[in-house]
Ligand binder design. Structure first.
Ligand code: BEZ
Length: 180
């Protein structure tokens, strides 16, 4: 995985825009992998689902808490991606009070599939979701890879440790961010 360029994908996000008016002032905004990764050194972490317990109790809030420590080690942005639509990802971020970590909705699973990380979670009634992993991505190229062990369909357990922010931070060398 290290050295591999991330696939080019367009994500359908929902952004707040007061000019829309009404009680729900949001509009669609397409964002591509270039928007998220080009010219930046970022941490991406991917998880099985918004609102799920480990993701909501540890992984997402801990990345948010440690955001400034990642910045101090030359990380420009932290992104959380999940095979969930933009409505769900926005609601999850709001419920968690997330202000620093960016949430990427991979609702159709295209990015996750092209990364080779799509797994079945039919045992939980989830359908196709992401295996849990983290990565440092430098100008669109995978610099470091943190994949939980046991990649499999319908996994009975939910391994979590390798892709925790604490582990990724501990394995992060300081490096100059790429020039934009
Ligand atoms: C969790 O984050 O705890 C979780 C993730 C996927 C399925 C079930 C639980």
């Amino acid at each position: 995985m290290i050295g591999r360029k991330v696939p080019f994908v367009t994500f359908r996000t929902r952004v707040r825009d007061e000019s829309v008016g009404g009680p729900n002032p949001y509009r669609w905004e397409d964002k591509t992998t270039d928007d998220y990764f080009k010219g930046k050194r970022v941490v991406l972490f991917s998880l099985p689902g918004a609102f799920t317990p480990t993701c909501s109790t540890y992984q997402l809030p801990d990345f948010e808490k440690l955001y400034d420590e990642f910045k101090a080690k030359g990380i420009d942005e932290i992104y959380c991606i999940s095979v969930n639509d933009a409505f769900v990802m926005n609601a999850w971020g709001k419920a968690q009070g997330i202000e620093k970590v960016g949430l990427i909705p991979d609702g159709s699973g295209e990015f996750t599939r092209k990364m080779g990380m799509l797994v079945r979670k039919d045992n939980l009634g989830f359908g196709l979701r992401s295996w849990r992993y983290g990565a440092v991505i430098n100008d669109g190229v995978v610099e470091k890879w943190f994949e939980e062990e046991g990649f499999s369909d319908n996994c009975e357990t939910d391994p979590y440790g390798v892709s925790s922010p604490q582990n990724i931070l501990a394995n992060l060398d300081e490096k100059e961010a790429v020039a934009a």
